[in-house]
Design a protein around this ligand. Structure first.
Ligand code: ADP
Ligand code: MG
Length: 263
């Protein structure tokens, strides 16, 4: 049983505060979804949890099973059991998926001879052609193929907690079904904990969320069960940004922290 705990997380980039006090607890086997308008800080949260350079954490903590993640390098966080499927997977010319995964196995003391079989099994499981496994990582792959590549890595590495940043963007309906079904299976078979950032309830049809959180302007303004995602599909975010429910009011009111200061 593992737990990722994010407490009162504040983070800035270039002097602008993007995350303004995030609290989230994700345990093994749980699926948490984060939804929210563009620019609300969802990807920033995923980057800060994984340790991407360029962000300044100004307050708060991130721990995995009580171990401080903020003091670790990204690769150490990965070794500790965190995984990020990026919204825009990076192309790495000259390095195949196979060699990247073999290196990851070696770094964590696992037998790298088993990588090829593990990759092939994962590729077969989501209906991905094996020829892609030998290609340079993400180079000349379509958006959907990159996301399937990320799902294969997730399956092969078997982390404790996975953050999926818009895994559904670019996937066609069949690939979306295959990937989300595979990840749902990991949550039950391997007790994977998931933080799924998404705009669409359709991802959550197979990958069933236990909790849905809505992020607006760097804060979680509402949390609920899966019904919240279904409501959003009908009503959009207006009521979470407006004033019809005082409990959901943003204390900064109309102040837009992302507004251009020169305007
Ligand atoms: P989301 O994923 O919710 O759409 P992001 O986390 O990507 O939002 O972005 C949140 C805000 O931070 C946006 O206003 C975006 O322009 C800003 N931002 C993100 N990355 C940078 C950066 N490298 N430099 C300056 N601003 C950034
Ligand atoms: Mg994003």
């Amino acid at each position: 049983m593992s737990t990722l705990e994010i407490r009162n997380l504040h983070a800035s980039i270039g002097g602008t505060e993007i995350l303004r006090g995030i609290d989230l607890t994700i345990s093994s086997g749980e699926v948490h979804a984060i939804m929210g308008p563009n620019g609300s800080g969802k990807s920033t949260l995923s980057h800060v949890v994984m340790g991407r350079p360029g962000y300044t954490v100004t307050a708060g903590s991130i721990t995995l099973d009580g171990v401080d993640m903020l003091s670790l390098a990204p690769w150490e966080r990965a070794k500790a059991g965190l995984f990020l499927a990026m919204q825009y997977p990076t192309e790495v010319p000259g390095v195949s998926l196979q060699s990247a995964m073999a290196e990851a196995f070696r770094a964590s003391g696992r037998e790298s001879d088993s990588v090829v079989a593990a990759l092939e099994a994962e590729a077969d499981r989501i209906g991905f052609e094996r020829k892609f496994l030998e290609r340079p990582l993400n180079v000349d792959l379509s958006g959907g193929e990159k996301k399937r590549n990320e799902t294969i890595q997730l399956g092969v590495l078997g982390p404790k907690i996975a953050i999926l940043d818009e895994l559904d963007s670019g996937l066609d309906v069949d690939a979306l079904h295959d990937c989300s079904t595979r990840i749902e299976a990991m949550t039950t078979e391997d007790n994977l904990g998931v933080l799924a950032i998404t705009h669409y309830n359709r991802l959550l049809k197979q990958l069933r969320a236990d909790r849905v959180h809505i992020m607006v302007k760097g804060r979680i303004v509402a949390s609920g069960g899966p019904e919240l995602a279904a409501e959003l599909e009908v009503d959009g975010y207006a009521r979470f940004q407006g004033s019809d429910d005082p409990s959901r009011l943003d204390p900064l009111g109309d102040v837009d922290p992302f507004a251009d200061p020169l305007v």
